[in-house]
Design a protein around this ligand. Structure first.
Ligand SMILES: Cc1cc2nc3c(=O)[nH]c(=O)nc-3n(C[C@H](O)[C@H](O)[C@H](O)COP(=O)(O)OP(=O)(O)OC[C@H]3O[C@@H](n4cnc5c(N)ncnc54)[C@H](O)[C@@H]3O)c2cc1C
Length: 429
């Protein structure tokens, strides 16, 4: 950790922290908490910094500070020529820009099969990441649960109404995670098995401010003439230090469960659809496995739209849809159901998991054709980095790009044994 790092100070922060690529979030969080600073990291504390940051990286407070990739001040990387390079906005701006979000289709997979592909290793292997660090962050944490009878019209209407309220709540500074569970099988009481529940994080807001923000929504939930009874419960508390609380109270999530996750970003336009449209979309997304919840990640907001203090070098390769997104919606099992949701919303929401950069995409999305000519959203900048796919520099990248992009053959015979490893690794098609 470096207090008064000039790079961090220039962006209005208090310090920088240099994280080795092998570190997990939990190690970073514990270090930050002990040193009275706040860093942006993933919600899951077992996630590693390398894959997380290189495909964007969201977390509990990304809606306040910005994406993980927006925090990066400098990286140490090894390019395919075996050279250790310090990459920042001055030393190698294009590579620096691309590494912060450029990964190919990256699946956040909760199954045992490892089908992830892409990653920053397209361009270089990240050895360390120097990130912005912020002062201690006071916040309010608020847990809520809205229950009704399982799988009823009331449940879906209530869920749709809740989604319609998100733009106002996000603009007001709320963020967090919620679960839309049409059938909470662990509960015995059928009148409360339809459950929408979650946690709000409210940086710099007092408990009474959070309650005031939620009051109109909760009043509506209580007072509406639903067919079935809706119960509303919630409780919150103010905390002096987000980092200490999150590091102490968060246990690792599970991997290896036999489902897979697809996800989309939803913008204001999508969430402002009439509630019957939202309701149809949510029902449609849920039919496969009714007892697996729809995941609501409210991890986009003012901070991802305009990162606190700005982005080193002015911009990076984070999927542009993050700059207008309000939430990431995810559903276990099948992308087919997510496509139903997206088609119903017919919004400008972007598919996550295109070969463009994202956080938690899905390999079943069809990558558009693009090549080293720079026709992708990365534009000429992508072309500039891609053109460096020559033996002395990023031969590793060249092979992966050729495979992913399915066009524009890049130099052959430069990878030696690493190439055959890669060919095996990427041969799932
Ligand atoms: C249970 C669970 C919860 C998750 N929660 C979140 C979350 O809250 N927020 C979020 O944004 N994401 C989340 N994810 C997705 C997660 O961020 C990605 O799976 C990410 O790739 C994990 O990083 P890793 O370094 O551990 O990945 P790995 O699986 O080790 O690597 C993934 C890819 O990243 C590349 N890569 C990794 N390290 C490097 C490196 N040092 N240099 C170059 N390339 C590298 C590689 O190309 C590799 O193919 C979650 C995933 C799981 C399974």
């Amino acid at each position: 950790m470096k207090r008064n790092d000039s790079g961090a100070l220039a962006l209005g922060e208090v310090a920088s922290i240099k994280v080795q690529a092998g570190e997990r979030m939990v190690d970073v969080y514990n270090f930050a908490a002990t040193n009275n600073i706040t860093v942006v990291g993933g919600g899951e504390v077992n996630v590693g910094i390398g894959g997380w940051i290189s495909h964007g990286g969201h977390g509990p407070v990304s809606a306040y500070y910005g994406m993980g990739a927006d925090q990066v001040l400098e990286m140490e990387v090894v390019t395919a020529d075996g050279v250790l390079r310090v990459v920042n906005e001055k030393s190698d701006p294009d590579l620096f820009w691309a590494l912060r979000g450029v990964s190919g289709p990256q699946i956040s997979i909760l199954s045992s099969a490892n089908t992830s592909q892409g990653g920053a290793s397209n361009f270089a292997v990240i050895i360390s990441v120097t990130m912005k660090a912020y002062d201690i962050l006071p916040y309010t944490e608020y847990q809520y649960s809205y229950n009704t009878t399982a799988k009823t019209d009331t449940f879906w209407s209530m869920a749709a109404y809740f989604h319609s309220q998100l733009p106002r709540l996000v603009k007001s500074g709320l963020m967090g995670y919620f679960w839309v569970t049409p059938l909470e099988a662990t509960s015995q009481d059928s009148s409360t098995q339809g459950r929408l529940y979650g946690t709000w994080y409210a940086p710099e807001l007092a408990l009474h401010e959070v309650q005031d923000l939620l009051a109109p929504m909760e009043a509506h939930l209580k007072a509406s003439e639903w067919q079935d009874h809706v119960s509303v419960s919630g409780r919150g508390a103010e905390h002096a230090d987000y980092m200490k609380k999150y590091a102490r109270d968060t246990s690792p999530g599970s991997a290896g469960i036999p489902v897979r996750l697809g996800s989309w970003l939803l913008d204001e336009k999508a969430l402002s659809k009439p509630t019957p449209v939202l309701e149809k979309a949510l029902r449609g997304a849920s039919d496969d496995l009714v007892d697996w919840p729809i995941l609501g990640h409210v991890i986009a907001g003012p901070g991802t739209w305009s990162p606190k203090g700005g982005i080193a070098g002015g911009s990076n390769a984070v999927l542009p849809a993050w700059r207008t997104a309000y939430m990431q919606i995810g559903k276990s099992l099948t992308i087919r159901r997510l496509l139903v949701l997206a088609n119903t919303l017919k919004s400008s929401s972007k598919i996550m998991g295109s070969p463009e950069s994202d956080s938690e995409g899905d390999r079943h999305h069809q990558p558009p054709q693009r090549g080293c000519t720079g026709t992708s959203r990365l534009g000429s900048r992508y072309g500039r980095v891609c053109k460096r796919g020559r033996p002395d520099r990023t031969g590793l990248a060249a092979s992966v790009l050729r495979r992913e992009l399915r066009e524009t053959p890049c130099p052959q015979g430069v990878l030696g044994s690493s190439r055959s490893v890669l060919v095996q690794k990427w041969s799932w098609k």
